[in-house]
Design a protein around this ligand. Structure first.
Ligand code: KG4
Ligand code: ZN
Length: 336
């Protein structure tokens, strides 16, 4: 079964066609990075307007690249939560319209669940049961995953999401928007042992996360660096910036990898999934590859293009809903 998926939860307009939950026939992403750059963050109202402009051409492009007509589509899927409400509404309205016009069933997809599923695209078997870590701009969560649709929460951030911490620290360091990829690049030239930021492990065996203290530690480190501590913008040299970026990144990676491995041990599973935009981070990927292998765990991590927001993960996951007849009505509501 071929499924058309639509994803508009934040600032990327995405459409994709995936066959049988696995074979990606097309995966189109129209990013709004340029539109939001001058504001240093996503402006919800502008994001909605940009989705409105991009949706029809993006869906048309996804159909064309898949060399498929709407008649050959078995179901239409869209993310209906969580995300920016205006953005979600547009993708969902587009999916409903196509479903209604073509008399196709509609599948409503949870964005976080689809990030977990991204690791299953273009792979032969499913990894469940496993432990899943989702690290994105809005989430840092660990789940015990029994199937593509069944996840129980083991731990989550108590303050900033991992991606949010990357973005804010990039801003503190004066690195360009979007922050996550900027830190990734800057860290490449830096020494991860230059600054020893204390690791926020939290109490005992906690599987929760907290990155807001680390963000403040970076801020104090950077401000204290110059002679004038009252001056907001302390100028670091390029090398110092790279060192702080690498040290911050290493701290986050230590905690993410450490807790995920601990969760896998606690749940007695031998497979882990890592997904979400921060899973595109090269240091995080390398450390997971190394440490999972050392712990005897099989790692399922999506290709970079399926780590950040995309609709292939939506259309792929939707297959498992469609197969069970779990369709939504045209009255499905978007939820922020
Ligand atoms: O999953 P995603 O595309 O959107 C949300 O669901 O939030 O994740 C976006 C987040 C942003 O915070 C972005 O800075 C971060 O993922 N990100 C990265 C990298 N690429 C994207 N963080 C660190 N390193 C990267 N290479
Ligand atoms: Zn996302």
């Amino acid at each position: 079964m071929k499924i058309l998926g639509i994803e508009t939860s934040c600032d990327e307009t995405c459409a994709a066609v995936v066959e049988d939950g696995r074979r990606v026939l097309s995966n189109v992403v129209a990013t709004q990075v340029e539109v939001h750059r001058k504001y240093g963050g996503v402006v919800p109202e502008i994001a909605s307007r940009a989705h409105l402009e991009a949706l029809v051409p993006v869906v048309a492009e996804a159909m064309e690249q898949a060399r498929t007509g709407l008649d050959a589509i078995g179901a239409v899927a869209a993310v209906y939560r969580p995300g920016l409400i205006g953005s979600l509404l547009l993708g969902l309205a587009a999916a409903k319209t196509i479903a209604w016009l073509r008399d196709r069933p509609l599948v409503g997809i949870n964005h976080v669940e689809s990030h977990i599923y991204a690791a299953c695209l273009e792979r032969a078997g499913l990894p469940f049961p496993c432990v899943s870590l989702i690290v994105s701009g809005g989430h840092t969560s660990l789940y015990f995953s029994e199937g593509p649709r069944t996840h129980s929460l083991l731990g989550a951030t108590t303050d900033d999401a991992a991606g949010e911490a990357f973005d804010k620290v990039a801003a503190i360091l004066g690195l360009p928007y979007p922050g996550g990829p900027s830190i990734d690049r800057a860290a490449e030239r830096g020494n991860p042992a230059a600054v020893r930021f204390s690791r926020p492990w939290l109490a005992g065996d906690s599987l929760d996360f907290s990155f807001s203290g680390l963000k403040t530690a970076v801020l104090y480190h950077v401000r204290g660096h110059g002679a004038d501590v009252k001056k907001r913008e302390t100028r670091l040299s390029e090398q110092e910036t790279a060192d702080v970026a690498a040290s911050f990144q290493e701290c986050v990676v230590d905690v993410l990898v450490g807790k995920t491995l601990k969760a896998a041990e606690a749940r007695g599973v031998d497979r882990i999934i890592v997904g979400g935009g921060v899973a595109a981070n090269r240091r995080l990927r390398a450390r997971f590859q190394r440490d999972a292998a050392a712990a005897g765990l099989e790692l399922f991590i999506p290709q970079v293009r399926y780590s950040t927001d995309n609709a292939a993960m939506v259309a792929g996951l939707a297959f498992h809903y469609a197969r069970e007849g779990l369709f939504a009505g045209l009255d499905l509501e978007a939820r922020a």
